[in-house]
Write a protein that binds this ligand. Structure first.
Ligand SMILES: Cc1cc2nc3c(=O)[nH]c(=O)nc-3n(C[C@H](O)[C@H](O)[C@H](O)COP(=O)(O)OP(=O)(O)OC[C@H]3O[C@@H](n4cnc5c(N)ncnc54)[C@H](O)[C@@H]3O)c2cc1C
Length: 503
């Protein structure tokens, strides 16, 4: 038994192994990657997806009725250059020619930054940032001016990336910690001259990729470095092309609208309970790969897993995220001198991004008005969508009064991931865990129970990234392929498909 990869080369199932029948729960990138890999290895696959759309937390919204209308990424929007698996899949899926640079926070001098002196253009912000930073230092602190300048900008990025409660927990000692980390680095090459000297954080991080590795917050700083780096990409035409291209290559059925509500690991397979129309039906499967987030799984009926596994399913920390995108009559920010990137707006809004206009300008332009995570996302996510949108538009008019112009706002769409029943959060977060504790949690999350296997960003070493979904999907496919059933299980197991049922 063999399948063909995209280059046409055959991939044989592990020698001596019977081809397996696997039910994959979830058609996000982990589930689709695993399905594709399992078929490549000679197994047969069916996918059960609760939603009517594929891609899970990769969700591209197209404004206007035209397929070429302006796009808003309501889920994943950028790919770090260092995420080699994701970049490789983009290549394999024939999407390399769609890769474009993603411009991030602070990458445009004309974008805005909230400071103690109010909203300032990035190019004008240094004096206010340095003044506030110095005021937060212990009396008698004596650091070089350039070190303080760099630390003040790093602190501003931490402030822009970290959500509310986490931000507050960092305050104690963070500024001194940043200064200590910078002691051994010559930051002068990263100073940008101008009316006000500032630090080019993009270049600083590119030249100091291991910055803060020794810090107690290394997991968190890794993400700050990534989010404010210039080595980020996006896909022209939308990130959901990754999911669509993957799904096209999966030969087995992908059943949409099939919400799994129970998973029970049994000695001879896995019992799945699933909503089918108004009824709940049970199916026995030989092998199941569960890719739903643990934040969803813990709300389902599940049994047959060990105590430690049950504990990690219940305890894994998830953070919400809320995105609010606006269809504007025109890219008004360009008249204001902003050519792209993002503003750190603070307040309720937190971050605002200015996507490039790649569609017909007569169809308008998309603005990612607000991107929040953690408690900030809950604040917005828990109010009804119309009030959420009104609050954000109102606040954002302080720096973009054009939003109040009649006819400027054509449409608003928002996605509160913490409230979405198919995600119950944006992603697993291990920012406060040291590397050993984070790895321990990952291993337990990914551990299989007999023929019930697990994948998803939460089971990977890159949680909260597409890279993690792909890493875990490939790893689970290999684990299932290598799994050797005990002899008595071979006799007992069987793919008991109910006649006439398509699942
Ligand atoms: C707002 C936001 C911004 C992000 N930004 C980035 C970014 O810029 N770059 C990046 O790389 N990553 C980013 N991520 C993370 C990235 O999107 C995820 O890590 C990745 O998509 C997760 O894939 P997954 O397959 O593990 O999970 P999911 O995509 O959640 O897939 C799980 C699937 O299971 C389905 N499902 C759920 N419950 C059930 C059920 N009961 N029965 C059947 N099916 C079910 C879901 O509908 C979904 O399709 C972001 C995520 C969010 C939310």
């Amino acid at each position: 038994m063999y399948a063909h990869d995209l280059s046409g080369a055959p991939h044989w199932a592990t020698p001596g192994q019977r081809a397996k029948r696997i039910t994959v729960v979830g058609a996000g990138l982990a589930g689709l990657t695993a399905a594709y890999e399992l078929e490549r290895l000679g197994h047969s696959v069916q996918v059960l997806e609760a939603r009517l759309t594929l891609g899970g937390r990769v969700r591209t919204h197209v404004f206007s009725d035209s397929p070429n209308g302006p796009l808003a990424e309501l889920g994943a929007m950028r790919i770090p250059a260092s995420h080699h698996r994701t970049m490789r899949w983009i290549d394999v899926l024939g999407l390399s020619d769609r890769v474009r640079q993603f411009r991030t926070l602070f990458s445009d001098d004309a974008s805005y930054l909230e400071s103690p002196a109010g909203h300032l253009r990035v190019r004008d912000a240094s004096p206010a940032l340095v003044k506030a930073f110095r005021e937060g230092l212990p009396p008698g602190s004596d650091y070089r001016a350039e070190t303080v300048l760099c630390a003040a900008w790093l602190s501003a990025s931490v402030n822009a990336v970290a959500p509310g409660s986490f931000r507050q927990s960092l305050q104690t000692g963070l500024n001194v910690e940043l200064l200590e980390l910078l002691e051994d680095i010559d930051v002068r090459p990263f100073i940008v001259d101008g009316a006000n000297e500032r630090i080019d954080l993009n270049r600083f991080f590119a030249n100091n990729p291991g910055f803060a590795r020794t810090s107690r917050l290394s997991n968190f700083f890794d993400d700050v470095v990534i989010e404010t780096s210039s080595a980020l990409f996006r896909l022209d035409g939308g990130m959901d092309q990754i999911a669509r291209r993957l799904a096209e290559r999966v030969r087995g059925p992908i059943h949409r609208g099939r919400r799994v509500v129970g998973l029970h690991a049994q000695p001879d397979g896995v019992l799945i309970e699933m909503r089918h129309g108004l009824a709940t039906v049970s199916r026995h499967c030989d092998y199941v790969l569960c890719t739903v987030p643990f934040s969803v799984l813990r709300g389902m009926r599940f049994s047959g897993m060990g105590d430690d596994k049950t504990a990690v399913i219940h305890d894994m920390q998830y953070w919400p995220a809320t995105k609010i995108a606006v269809h504007c009559q025109e890219a008004f920010w360009e008249r204001d001198g902003i050519s792209g990137g993002g503003s750190f707006t603070g307040g309720l809004v937190r971050q605002t991004y200015y996507p490039p206009v790649e569609s017909d300008p007569r169809l308008g332009a998309a603005l990612l008005a607000s991107y929040t995570i953690g408690p900030d996302a809950d604040t917005l996510g828990r109010v009804p969508p119309d009030r959420r949108a009104a609050a954000v538009l109102d606040e954002l008019q302080a720096i973009h009064p054009e939003l109040g112009r009649p006819g400027m706002v054509l449409d608003v769409v928002s996605q509160a991931w913490g409230e979405d029943p198919t995600s119950m959060g944006a992603a697993a977060v291990r920012w406060s865990k040291d590397p050993a504790a984070a790895e321990e949690e990952r291993i337990l999350a990914a551990r299989s129970d007999r023929t019930l296997f697990f994948a998803g960003e939460h089971c990977s070493s890159h949680p909260a990234w597409i890279e993690g979904a792909i890493e875990s999907g490939v790893a689970a496919a290999q684990e299932i392929d290598a799994y050797v059933p005990a002899p008595r299980r071979v006799l007992a197991a069987g793919y008991r498909k109910v006649p006439g049922d398509s699942v």
